[in-house]
Design a binder for this molecule. Structure first.
Ligand SMILES: [Zn+2]
Ligand SMILES: [Zn+2]
Length: 432
């Protein structure tokens, strides 16, 4: 059994040697059993995926999906709690032997996108979103995540007698916003969890697995700057304080936050102003200008530093002009950090599942609220390639043409199930 050590917020089960690791032979028996169960459940996984795809639900409205998940988990003899953090579902599978607890996460929500993909199970669902009627589609591929984790539950329930420890299945709502991970954690979903794993489908080559240590996905924070000057005639600028010229200086100044004030050898960062509003006539200097932007960072310390420097720079440039800058930063999802020790330990597992297809991926400046789970316990979030061989079917996540090649589904099931089994058993690395 593993020994568990707590260092700060992190439980380091893997830093101390397992006192009685399973032998390589035991491991390969378990892996063979796992692969067999995954193959046996694959037709069901495909059917669940198509069913969920045809019936997408917007964030915090995943009633049908949550019902499907809860019913399936119960049918496997897994303890189920529903209504966690909204429409979330938590399943708890206790293995036949004592051991640590591992959590596996899938997100369940669709997007307000009208599907244009040419598949027989394309969504025709419409719903109200922000006061408008919209099409709803699993344009981010969360239907695959739901079906894969349902399949993983079947596989692990089939091996429960051999599992040393507990598996928690986290089916979360509203990843696309307003976020379902944080409310699930507030409801206790991560209590007692020693490691957490999740995956996301991307239109990369089918069956490949992408991973990296450290920042995998960015923190996404909203930026809003209101520059207040003093209104005057455009022909007599000395009579007021010009917020337009001040804003121009601030926008230029912001470029130096990343280029001059961030250690770019650590990771990338982005400060973008995407919207600017001020004035309504060429010969009137207005009294205010509004700028809206986004800040993306891949390291928690750099995130704080960029926030502080953006504030300081905008406020100081405004003050130098006799104006005032009011800077508001809306903290979005944090950086999704893959725990380096956990990631390195699980690489052989990913290699066993995907072979050469398990590759280190460049970080993405998109964001994910898996990050909140990975703040509660060491986490590893991987990318699963679902891109078809036919390039005309390859479209980015959130596209109305987003298409997932279902040959990736069994790889996803084997990946998450293997991560759980190898973590619980002390990761007996087979010498294949
Ligand atoms: Zn998405
Ligand atoms: Zn997504």
């Amino acid at each position: 059994m593993l020994r568990i050590i707590r260092i700060g917020a992190f439980t380091v089960a893997y830093a101390v040697a397992a006192s009685a690791p399973a032998s390589a032979q035991d491991a390969s028996i378990l892996h063979a059993q796992l692969d067999e169960l995954a193959a046996a459940i694959n037709d069901d996984v495909v059917a669940w995926r198509r069913d969920v795809h045809a019936n997408p639900e917007l964030g915090m409205q995943e009633f049908r999906t949550a019902g499907l998940v809860a019913e399936h988990l119960r049918s496997l003899g897994i303890d189920v709690e529903t209504g966690v953090g909204g429409t979330g579902v938590v399943g708890v599978l206790r293995g036949g032997r004592p051991g640590p607890t591992v959590a596996l996460r899938a997100d369940m929500d669709g997007l307000p996108v009208t599907e244009l993909a040419d598949v027989p199970f394309a969504s025709k669902v419409r719903a109200e979103w922000q006061g408008r009627e919209v099409g709803v589609m699993h344009a981010c591929g969360h239907d695959n995540h739901v079906a894969i984790l349902m399949g993983v539950a079947s596989v692990l329930a089939g091996m429960r007698g051999d599992l040393p420890g507990t598996v928690k299945f986290l089916f979360q709502p509203a990843e696309e916003g307003p976020g379902g991970a944080a409310p699930m954690i507030a409801d206790g979903a991560m209590e007692g969890v020693n490691a957490v794993f999740g995956l996301h489908v991307f239109p990369t080559p089918v069956g490949t697995i992408a991973y990296r240590t450290g920042g995998m996905l960015a923190a996404a924070d909203g930026l809003r700057i209101v520059v207040r000057g003093v209104q005057t005639h455009g022909a007599m600028p000395w009579g007021g304080v010009d917020p337009i010229v001040t804003s121009a200086q601030i926008i230029n100044g912001l470029q130096t936050v990343v280029s001059r004030q961030v250690d770019l050898t650590n990771s990338a960062a982005i400060v973008t102003i995407g919207q600017i509003e001020g004035g309504n006539r060429g010969n009137i200097i207005p009294d205010t200008v509004l700028m809206i932007g986004t800040i993306r960072t891949l390291d928690p310390d750099i995130r704080e530093r960029v926030h502080e420097r953006v504030r300081r720079l905008a406020e100081s440039i405004a003050a130098a002009n006799g104006a005032e800058a009011e800077v508001t930063i809306d903290r979005g999802y944090p950086v999704t950090v893959n725990d380096p020790a956990l990631t390195n330990r699980m690489v052989p597992t990913l290699r066993r599942v995907a072979g050469e297809g398990a590759q280190v991926l460049p970080a993405s400046t998109g964001a994910e609220d898996f990050s909140y789970f990975a703040e509660e316990a060491p986490g590893l979030f991987i990318g699963l390639g679902v891109g078809a061989d036919d390039p005309s079917l390859v479209h980015p996540n959130h596209s109305p043409y987003f298409y997932a090649d279902e040959r990736a589904l069994p790889i996803g099931v084997r990946a998450l199930a293997s991560l759980a089994v190898d973590f619980l058993t002390g990761n007996p690395i087979s010498q294949e």
